[in-house]
Design a protein around this ligand. Sequence first.
Ligand code: MG
Length: 395
Amino acid sequence: MDLDHFKIINDSLGHNIGDLLLKEVANRLTKQIRNEDTASRLGGDEFVVLFSELSGDPQLAAQQAQQGAHKILKTLSQPYTISSNMLHITPSIGIVIFPMNDENADDILKFADTAMYRAKDAGRNTIRFFLPGMEQAAEAQLRLQNDLRLAIRNNQLALYFQPQVNIEGHLLCAEALLRWSHPEQGMIEPNTIIPAAEESGQILQISEWVLKQALAQSKTWMNESTNLQRIAINISSVHFHQVGFAYQVKRILQETSVNPNRLTLEIHENTLADNLEEAKEKILALKRLGVRFCIDSFGVGYASIAYLRRLPMDELKIDRSFVRDIESDPKDAQLVQTIITMAHLMEIEVIAIGVETEAQLQFLRDKGCKMFQGYYFNHPLPADQFESLLKKQFA
Ligand SMILES: [Mg+2]
């Protein structure tokens, strides 16, 4: 970050005033950043801020950095009163997100400098990224978050239901999957919606909507005329770690009068990594009601086996990346076999997801897997189509 036309202040009002202004800039900068960030002055009117612990997703990290930079830009652009002089100054900010490859500290500062000169070229009092396209990406992400605020109110969210079938091909369970019908971008999937919702603070509202909607909807299906046993709902890490999470699930189960043993909550391994004791408490509280728990995408997160040993999980889902390659990659085939054997020894049910071919199904069946989900059977379906399928099966 460099102050625009700072030299004019030094030249016209003297270095004393210039120095006091730099101090005040440093003051405002320090107040603006989070505890985990670092602000420093390199020399002259050049400052560097290090934002740490941004998202691992480069696009989200870019957006977080941009938001932080915007705040700095705004604070520093407010008028200053220095020795009864009213002064205005604006910064030009260059952003580099790292690590990219194996650049060192000097490289990173050089890249940030390049970006900062781009901000100067663009007319000063603005922000530029080192990588072209990052501004657009960050802005697109921000727009998406703003649009998401209207999604619930404008009825743009919907649930799709993907069948889970047993070894005879009977549809017994379904996973509820969030879809956002965006007015311009078309159908948006959870891997885009959830990070945007977590970033914008919408995640709790959306999670509550999903729980209510999925339970109320599946309640109408779980009766004598279908064989639907359970509904599986994905729980985001941010939602799971909320203080009132277990209580909220219990409340929504009561409101929708769904029997808790009809509900499976799917959580990712990484959700458990944050605080195993807290996770265990929440899981046990809900399991006492009868709710089932499933580790989603097993094998792609951290320390999976320890979780299975320490947490009373009911199911695990073998990640689609292993299933995809079981025919071509002997190591993946071996791994899938090992996961199934291990899970069964621990009395954990195994669901294979991403099943797309007869050969994959055959392999999984031979190894003892008994539940399947994937395009080989069905894509996720809108509620009405899922209902037709349920009825057709029973007819
Ligand atoms: Mg899932």
